[in-house]
Design a protein around this ligand. Structure first.
Ligand code: KG4
Ligand code: ZN
Length: 334
């Protein structure tokens, strides 16, 4: 059978990305233009600024993905693009670029769910085995997804308030750390010789949902009370206490789900999957449990277009294509 080359495009948040993936698992090129520097001084992603950057970068990034692969549009079999969820203005830039590329070159168009993309990042590293459990933790998401087979997703738990990465970024702000704060909290926690005891949000018995806003408030109150007493807080102890609470709950719920759904593989995905404390905890837990556990390399954990191409390849292979009426869907369900 003929090799299948997918051009992936991702613009749902603050990365403008394009990539070419062969047969759903081999990265031929992977280009990411990050906007972090432009959003840093605002302490978060500003939608209007994100859209403007995407407009400036999108054609450059797509051309670079083709050039690095030494390919022309004639070599591409289909265009996969993030359809949602995400910032609508940002999504529309990628979708319109994908539509134009598909129309001009007579190619099929595939709309990909951003979270499906994060999960399929794993297909770029090792074959996915089903039933599979995915923990997707990023700046916008905290989700537990069971895949009984390829292309089939069951959302079994999600955050009821802040996403894990969002909580990291907000706690980082309490400590005056730059955006995005996750990696800084991770570093402080790893260098710590103690931890403030913060609460764990287990929610109702049996629930796979998450909640991080209570923990975030505890951290803010702790800092506030110390300030009022004129005491200096130990940032390492605060970061370590926060991280322990997040990691313990994420690990315990992932383990319980892995057992209940008798999965053959557990994967972590999304920017927070880069967290050292979380990786260590999950690796140790699933080694003991004897369930294969994988996390893609950091460059594939954070937003990129190779993961969108990989997910798009799986959809394209079974004829799940879209058309030129595709629209940005900020609240798209998995
Ligand atoms: O997947 P991603 O790049 O973008 C979204 O789709 O949201 O995730 C970004 C998020 C940010 O909140 C960032 O603080 C967090 O991932 N993050 C981390 C770490 N590295 C990135 N959080 C905790 N520990 C890290 N090492
Ligand atoms: Zn993401």
């Amino acid at each position: 059978t003929k090799d299948q080359y997918i051009l992936g495009i991702e613009t749902s948040c603050d990365e403008t990305a394009a990539s070419i993936v062969k047969n759903g698992h081999e990265i031929i090129s992977n280009v990411v233009a990050s906007q972090i520097e432009s959003h840093k001084r605002f302490g978060g992603v500003v939608p209007e600024i994100a859209s403007r950057h995407h407009v400036e970068q999108i054609t450059i990034v797509i051309e670079e993905a083709l050039n690095k692969a030494n390919m022309t549009p004639k070599d591409i079999d289909a265009v996969a693009v993030t359809e949602g969820p995400g910032l609508v203005g940002a999504l529309l830039i990628g979708i319109n670029a994908a539509k134009a590329f598909a129309f001009a070159n007579g190619l099929p168009l595939v709309g990909v769910h951003h979270i499906a993309g994060h999960i399929y990042a794993n297909a770029l590293v090792q074959p996915m085995e089903f039933p599979l459990l995915a923990l997707v933790v990023s700046g916008g998401h905290t989700e537990l997804v069971v895949m009984k087979e390829d292309g089939q997703f069951e959302l079994i738990g999600e955050t009821r308030d802040d996403a894990a990465g969002e909580a990291y970024d907000k706690v980082a702000r309490v400590l005056n750390l730059p955006y995005p704060g996750g990696p800084h909290i991770d570093r402080l926690a790893n260098e710590s010789d103690g931890a403030v005891p913060f609460p764990r949000a287990w929610l109702e018995e049996g629930s796979y949902d998450f909640s991080f806003s209570g923990l975030k408030s505890s951290v803010i109150n702790y800092q506030h009370n110390a300030e009022q007493r004129g005491e200096e807080i130990n940032p390492n102890h605060l970061a370590a206490g926060f991280q322990q609470s997040v990691v313990e709950v994420l690990t315990a719920k992932t383990l319980r789900a892995a057992r209940e759904f008798k999965v053959k593989q557990v994967i972590a995905a999304g920017g927070v999957a880069a967290n050292k404390g979380l990786r260590t905890s999950l690796v140790q837990t699933f080694a003991k449990e004897n369930i294969p556990f994988f996390v893609p390399p950091i460059s594939l954990c954070t937003d990129n277009a190779a993961m969108i191409a990989a997910a798009g390849n799986s959809m394209f292979s079974v004829g799940k294509t879209g058309d030129l009426s595709m629209n940005g869907r900020p609240g798209l369900e998995l």
